[in-house]
Write a protein that binds this ligand. Structure first.
Ligand SMILES: NC(=O)C1=CN([C@@H]2O[C@H](COP(=O)(O)OP(=O)(O)OC[C@H]3O[C@@H](n4cnc5c(N)ncnc54)[C@H](OP(=O)(O)O)[C@@H]3O)[C@@H](O)[C@H]2O)C=CC1
Ligand SMILES: O=C(O)[C@@H]1CCC=N1
Length: 270
């Protein structure tokens, strides 16, 4: 039997997942989407050949519901869905902070819920998606979530108690690397390089470093030491990074992201 999957609240992450599923072989006819604005629904239909429906229709007809609204919109969406979600629907939440318990409380009758934190590299099939099951989620439900998110990159199962930390590391993670590239490109400008050349140098260095981190089997400390020649250039830069507390800033930044994820769970909006 064909399994229908609906993406509810198809914004940036919902669209990244949807496009990856289609690249991964899902038939657009088996994919439903919901959007708050008609213009957005039309855009998704035209771009992917998927069927826009209302949230209630999605709840009634799809086997799996993937909720990709903002955490702040989750309560309203669940109130709308609750009367229409049969107990055997698999509900997957992609929202930061929102716990499986928050969702279970708002849906009746033991609905299986899986919580997933993915990231924007889903757009290039290089996502990191971290998966946890709620009270009623079985091994089959977790395997189904892995199959869906496996279409856009790697998956990892973790206890739900680690989800807020994972959100800080990999959910928000791409932003830190983009920020670093932006800052290093600015440094290139300071050193007199044209912006486009500085950008290309830094991006290719990032791709090379990322590939080595993934493929070389070496520890990052060893990889950095290999670049750091005695009395050379790199150690001068590293000393400045240490003097400016960059390591401590990163630790504090990720702790702040983890704390915000926890706050979102308790419904704090701003
Ligand atoms: N962006 C990221 O890098 C990541 C985001 N996430 C999580 O993914 C979720 C979505 O984030 P993101 O994609 O960035 O946000 P977006 O705002 O791009 O997407 C959310 C979408 O949901 C729509 N929406 C809101 N309420 C409803 C509703 N009741 N019915 C139908 N559609 C609705 C919004 O409509 P409208 O366009 O009208 O506002 C919007 O298009 C968040 O929970 C976030 O925590 C997880 C990992 C990474
Ligand atoms: O910034 C956010 O809240 C979302 C969740 C993880 C990445 N982006």
């Amino acid at each position: 039997m064909t399994q229908k999957v609906a993406v509810l609240g198809t914004g940036k992450i919902g669209e990244a997942l949807l496009s990856g599923m289609i690249r991964g072989g899902w038939a657009p006819a088996d994919l439903l989407v919901t959007a708050r604005r008609q213009e957005r629904a039309d855009e998704l239909r035209t771009r992917y050949g998927v069927t826009p429906v209302t949230n209630a229709e999605a709840a009634k007809t799809a086997d799996t519901l993937i909720l990709t609204v903002k955490p702040q919109d989750m309560g309203t969406l669940l109130d709308e869905l609750a009367p229409h979600v049969p107990a055997d629907r698999l509900v997957i939440s992609g929202a930061a902070g929102i716990t499986t318990a928050f969702i279970e409380e708002r849906l009746t009758g033991g609905t299986p819920v899986v919580r997933v934190m993915t990231n924007t590299p889903a757009l290039v099939d290089e996502a990191m998606s971290v998966i946890s099951g709620g009270t009623h989620a079985t091994a089959d439900h977790l395997a189904h979530a892995e199959e869906i998110f496996g279409a856009v990159g790697k998956t990892l199962r973790v206890p739900e108690s680690q989800q807020d930390a994972c959100t800080a590391l990999s959910g928000s993670g791409p932003a830190y690397f983009f920020y670093l590239v932006e800052a290093m490109t600015d440094a290139g400008i300071l050193l007199g390089l044209p912006r486009d050349k500085a950008h290309d140098l830094i991006v290719q260095s990032a791709i090379g470093a990322a590939t080595m981190l993934r493929d070389s089997g070496e520890h990052p400390v060893k990889l950095r030491e290999n670049v750091t020649s005695p009395a050379g250039t790199t150690i001068n830069a590293i000393r400045e990074l240490e003097n400016h507390g960059v390591r401590a800033a990163l630790i504090a930044a990720l702790e702040a992201a983890r704390d915000r994820s926890r706050e979102l769970a308790s419904g704090k909006k701003d």
